[in-house]
Design a protein around this ligand. Sequence first.
Ligand SMILES: CC(=O)N[C@H]1[C@@H](OP(=O)(O)OP(=O)(O)OC[C@H]2O[C@@H](n3ccc(=O)[nH]c3=O)[C@H](O)[C@@H]2O)O[C@H](CO)[C@@H](O)[C@@H]1O
Ligand SMILES: C=C(OP(=O)(O)O)C(=O)O
Length: 433
Amino acid sequence: MSHLIVHGGRPLRGQILPSANKNAVLPVLCATLLSDKPIRLHNVPEITDVKKILDIFRLLGSQVAVDFKAGTLDLHHQHTKFDPLVHRLPEEMRSSIMLVPPLLARFGVARLEDDVKGCTLGVREIDPHVEVFRRFGGVVERTAGSLIIRTEATLQANDHWLDYASVTTTENFVLAAASANGVSTLTNAACEPHVQEFCRFMMMLGVPIQGVGTSRVTVQGGAQLGGGEFHFEEDFHEITTFLALGAITDGEIRVKNTAPTQFPLIDRTFQKFGIEIEHRDGWSTAHRDGPLKVRQPFTANTLTKVEAAPWPYFPVDLLPIFIALGVQAQGSALFWNKVYDGALGWSGELSKFGAHVFQSDPHRLITFGGSPLVPAVVESPYIIRVAIALLMVAASVEGESQIMNATPIRRAHPGFIENLRSVGAEVEWMADE
Ligand SMILES: CC(=O)N[C@H]1[C@@H](OP(=O)(O)OP(=O)(O)OC[C@H]2O[C@@H](n3ccc(=O)[nH]c3=O)[C@H](O)[C@@H]2O)O[C@H](CO)[C@@H](O)[C@@H]1O
Ligand SMILES: C=C(OP(=O)(O)O)C(=O)O
């Protein structure tokens, strides 16, 4: 059941309790492997990436007890063993790469399959990760289809300066530094909300970290790590997505949001399309007054633009959601993906709805929105948020559309289709032939 049928044109109204952020949950799961004490996690989402990591934990001999209904996960990596000749880390997901430091710290060896590229957004380098492994004393060897990384001794604390603020490389540095023999500092560190949430988990395990939320992070390594309990926050991606779904269908969805301090730039970006976000009493709502409309800039010869780059810029994973708003909003807007070189190639699918978009180069796309759209059969690339963006457009257009290959949604958003139905959407997975 990889395709979605959407009967669009209904305003979506209601209330949503968002799930946790996949990109916080996955590094935390990897980090649990550093400790041999019991750990309990709350608000754990039932998503395919989480299930893949739990499967490998079971194969390694860890105790795993999960209740997705209650959102609780109990992990105990006490009798865990890793054999590079037998065990394969999960493929088609980026987060596998963050199992490497805990495996090195505990077993002195890790093996990483080549396909850890995740969403097909363009080049997703592993070199910054390899550099981090080497700086901590890892010896990296290429074999057919995988990398083998080994360490002879305890990981060596060090200072490192990244080429760019990479999310998973920052998390990998912190993971390696936690078990290294001294103080390590990373400069040009990523500081996304999920990186901060991951660091808070590491601190709960007993790792002293300074500079969380900034571009320089210092980690005191070598502490004896404990266990404990941790509760995941609501995902700012999912909050934003449901606010946008309410707005694009001319409805109104109220979404629980206990961290509105993360939202000022996201709110201002909504305003660029004629949408006002209200945060009140732990809930957020998007209001629109009339048709969606791109706000005109005061500067001559420019376009209203959404510029996505590492945090605290506008988050790159949310760009497709706003491109969907752009094709429905009257006027022109420029979307600039400063991170990925292959994240906009799907724009041809928007044309099937009758949308007018122009990709000016691999990083930039202009929407000329507001013209009437028609239902369509479109094909999603393997990109979570693009499957959702196509679904958003379909939900805003009267009639039946189909989104082929929409399963990437299941990598990040548990019960997404059920949630959509609960706010009035007519959407279902297509039965297999
Ligand atoms: C599991 C996880 O957490 N995945 C997220 C993580 O992936 P991930 O950690 O893989 O993303 P990186 O931050 O490493 O960036 C991805 C790629 O973008 C390019 N790049 C990035 C930044 C930059 O300033 N210059 C540059 O060229 C590089 O080619 C890099 O390989 O962060 C990405 C960027 O927020 C998100 O899209 C992914 O959802
Ligand atoms: C791109 C994403 O994930 P990944 O890095 O796991 O592919 C995402 O979460 O939007």
